[in-house]
Design a protein around this ligand. Structure first.
Ligand code: CA
Ligand code: CA
Ligand code: CA
Ligand code: CA
Length: 348
């Protein structure tokens, strides 16, 4: 019996080595697989062969949990101040030897380096998580989730984090968001299984668990979690407005060194400039109430827009005048560009 036990031990070691060398799957032999091994001992007594002695060893393969979360796209998501439902994209992969559920959570980074440069200096709001169940790259056809259900070994899912940008952010502001996936038992389809932890002991015919994951953005090695960061970076317009006036003619001197006397025509120029490097400003609408003591006049030209300076010669488009109000919509103003609205009024 003692010899038989030694043989059993040796046979088991050989079997395990063979398993390690040629795993059945990329992620190893599936958890719960039964490994059975029978040893046969033959012998003789007095030159006569006796009945063989046999013994069998059996255990089940344990659950090795490993996962990754990776940012998709390799760059920041460029957003405008006040933009809603802005998307960052991740990929969650199950590298375990078992089907598992993966709880999903998103956290706002509090300062520190962004994932793609810059420094985190604000938080987005209303973070919502979606899985791309139909793999079309679109989150809008999905419903919010809190976990990936029944992700098989070697399978992965695209996960979207959708959130809103506060209106008061300026160009270069960065918000880093961290997506963490936490391994849970698969349990049953349609519900999240129990949180997995490393088993204290190895029980031969029980599927024990070993957390074998690495350390990601904010998680540790062997904690059953993995995390990755993605950044929102703000590209804002930075408009400044300048309003100037000049007397262009008076009833006495004409255009020769005119003075601001009753009957004189005053030309106003409202100049809108977008700072260099800023996002293009669209739908720029200028509204200006003609001050008391002046009366709008279209004698020389109506309200003019879209000169790049206060020279009316370059102002090809027309604004409008109604009541006492001058208004006009300017063309899109790219970073570093200026557009103006010009009108004239007579001193009462
Ligand atoms: Ca932040
Ligand atoms: Ca989709
Ligand atoms: Ca499940
Ligand atoms: Ca980890």
């Amino acid at each position: 019996m003692i010899r038989t036990s030694k043989l059993l031990g040796a046979a088991s070691i050989v079997t395990l080595a063979a398993l390690g060398a040629t795993p059945a799957f990329a992620d190893g032999t599936g958890a719960g697989t039964t490994i059975q091994n029978t040893v046969t001992v033959s012998y003789s007594v007095g030159g006569v062969a006796q009945n063989d002695q046999q013994a069998t060893d059996q255990f089940v393969v344990d659950r090795k949990i490993n996962l990754t979360v990776a940012e998709v796209g390799g760059t920041q998501t460029v957003v405008s101040p006040g933009a809603t439902q802005q998307v960052t994209t991740f990929r969650v992969t199950n590298l375990s030897n078992d089907t598992a559920d993966f709880a999903l959570s998103v956290a706002q980074q509090a300062g520190g380096p962004g994932a793609f440069g810059g420094t985190d200096n604000f938080n987005t709001t209303g973070e919502t998580i979606y899985i791309d169940t139909d793999n079309d790259g679109d989150w809008a056809d999905e419903t919010p989730v809190s976990y990936i259900d029944e992700l098989a070994p070697d399978q992965s899912r695209t996960v979207f984090v959708v959130s809103n940008v506060p209106l008061n952010q300026v160009s270069g502001d960065v918000a880093s968001v961290v997506l963490t996936a936490t391994a849970h038992a698969g349990g049953t389809a349609g519900s999240q299984g129990a949180l997995l932890t490393t088993s204290a002991n190895n029980t031969a015919n029980t599927v024990d668990t070993v957390l074998a994951d690495g350390a990601g953005r904010t998680d540790a090695q062997y904690d059953g979690r993995f995390s990755a960061a993605d950044d929102y970076i703000v590209s804002a317009a930075a408009l400044t407005v300048l309003k100037t006036s000049s007397v262009v003619q008076d009833p006495v001197s004409g255009t020769n060194n005119p003075k601001a006397i009753p009957g004189a025509i005053v030309q106003y120029c409202i100049s809108v400039t977008n700072a260099a490097g800023s996002a293009t400003a669209a739908g720029v609408n200028v509204v200006d109430d003609v001050p008391a003591g002046l009366t709008y006049t279209a004698t020389n030209f109506p309200v003019r827009t879209n000169s790049t300076s206060c020279d009316v010669a370059g102002a090809t488009d027309t604004g409008s005048f109604s009541g006492t109000r001058v208004s006009g919509t300017l063309a899109n103003i790219a970073g570093g560009e200026t557009r103006t609205l010009i009108f004239q009024a007579v001193i009462d």
